[in-house]
Write a protein that binds this ligand. Structure first.
Ligand SMILES: Cc1cc2nc3c(=O)[nH]c(=O)nc-3n(C[C@H](O)[C@H](O)[C@H](O)COP(=O)(O)OP(=O)(O)OC[C@H]3O[C@@H](n4cnc5c(N)ncnc54)[C@H](O)[C@@H]3O)c2cc1C
Length: 401
């Protein structure tokens, strides 16, 4: 029987372990944390967005890395297959009005519990508090509370994640181990993260924590509709996350900017028409609330961008409402980013997800260099590459058994 060490017990590693155990391999999962799937559980906090139901050819375009291996993995395990798999674990899914797919329970914990039960029934052994520190002649080495432990393995699946939310386990420490072995690694960087904006003290103290609803954000000719939340340090929110790649590129050479459209449902002419009604002594805040349903935070944003004295000319004010320009001084760090850009480039990986320079070592999940917005794309690719790495192990070893 083939002995496989799966290192990293997140979605990618757990899926790889399931497939390998089903094929008859003897599988052990190792994770540095006291329990598995911590980031998956965190992802379930605000409603677990497992995947997306849009047409598959559009779905594929959401991934910034058009690597043939990633595409092949997604084709072999597409969103429908993930939904069927989740249903097999007792978690039926549904597609919301945006096309995003969630388990009916909205949570990650029932799915994770059912998967861990299935792995146990398949004989998969789980070793927590095992931090992978490198390779030995016949296998891999871990730091454990009892000291160093060497484990023999016929093949290794590394599914160590990126480096966002490091306190959940994936801290990117693997980059040092692999680069020392000659594996190229694109530097890890935050993705799907907030931006830093130097708010005035008045705006920050009044509006930090306040949502901005039904807006659109624009940067470098990309526009995303959705919601934002004003924070002490700047902005967070889904409408912004999809813009991380372009903002990150621009920030590599200095400050950049973004524009918020406070009324994406109206064009400038429609706004001018509403602003042309007589003001009748109302304060500007009240007038904008009545004429355009702008909330105090939205009027605050206009002042933050256009200065305390806002234009009185309706055309100029309408232009500002459609393009609230804000200076972005940086991205929020990896500590709170939803995902990680960078990682092992697909050029360093075979079609079987095996490292070119380390035969017998397979890789899966967010530690590979791909990037996608929120919307279920991250989990879908993590699960799909877990399956692809397992298939690679099986192809190499002549199918477990
Ligand atoms: C707040 C939040 C919300 C999210 N929401 C969603 C969502 O709704 N939909 C979606 O698609 N995605 C979401 N994501 C992203 C998604 O959770 C990740 O893309 C996914 O978990 C990545 O899976 P992975 O298996 O590659 O890595 P991880 O889930 O990060 O798992 C890696 C594992 O490796 C272990 N590990 C790391 N280093 C070592 C080491 N040296 N030794 C041993 N073990 C190690 C870690 O402890 C961890 O258990 C969210 C992420 C966050 C932070």
């Amino acid at each position: 029987m083939t002995d496989i060490a799966v290192i990293g017990g997140g979605p990618a590693g757990l899926m790889a372990a399931e497939r390998l155990a089903q094929a008859g391999c003897r599988v052990s999962i190792y994770d540095r944390m006291p329990s598995l799937g911590r980031k998956l559980l965190m992802a379930g906090r605000g409603g677990l967005n497992l995947t997306h139901s849009e047409p598959f050819d559009i779905f594929l375009t959401r991934y910034s890395t058009p690597a043939p291996q990633l595409e092949a993995a997604l084709r072999a395990f597409p969103p429908e297959a993930l939904r069927t798999w989740a249903a097999g674990l007792g978690e039926e899914t549904f597609a919301g009005s945006s096309g995003r797919v969630f388990p009916k329970s909205f949570k990650a914990s029932p799915l994770l519990r059912a998967l861990l039960r299935r792995l146990e029934a398949l004989g998969v052994r789980v070793h927590t508090r095992h931090a992978w520190t490198g390779f030995s002649e016949n296998g891999v080495v871990f730091a454990t509370p009892q000291g160093e432990r060497e484990v023999r393995a016929d093949a290794v699946v590394l599914a160590l994640g990126g480096a966002s939310w490091p306190r959940l386990g994936a801290d990117g420490g693997w980059t040092k181990i692999l680069t020392a072995k000659g594996v190229p690694v694109t530097p890890l960087a935050p993705s799907n993260c907030g931006v830093r904006i130097d708010w005035s003290e008045t705006f920050r103290s009044r509006f930090s924590g306040t949502p901005l609803k039904r807006i659109a954000v624009e940067a470098f000719a990309l526009e995303v509709a959705g919601e934002l939340v004003v924070t002490d340090y700047g902005l967070e929110g889904g409408a912004l996350y999809a813009l991380t790649p372009v903002l990150r590129d621009a920030l590599s050479t200095g400050e950049t900017g973004l524009a918020i459209d406070l009324r994406p449902d109206l064009d400038e002419a429609g706004i001018v028409q509403r602003l042309s009604h007589p003001r009748r002594g109302a304060t500007l805040t009240n007038f904008l609330r009545k004429a355009l349903k702008l909330s105090p935070i939205q009027t605050g944003l206009l002042r933050e961008s256009g200065g305390r004295e806002l234009p009185t000319d309706p055309a100029a004010l309408a232009r500002l409402i459609k393009h609230v320009q804000l200076k972005v001084t940086g991205l929020q760090g990896l500590e709170r980013a939803i995902s990680t850009a960078g990682g092992i480039p697909f050029a360093a990986v075979t079609d079987d997800f095996e490292l070119q320079s380390l035969p017998g070592v397979f890789v899966a999940g967010e530690m590979l260099d791909w990037e996608a917005p929120t919307g279920g794309y991250l989990l879908q690719a993590s699960f799909a590459t877990g399956i692809a790495a397992a298939a690679g192990v099986l192809a190499r070893s002549g199918a477990g058994g």
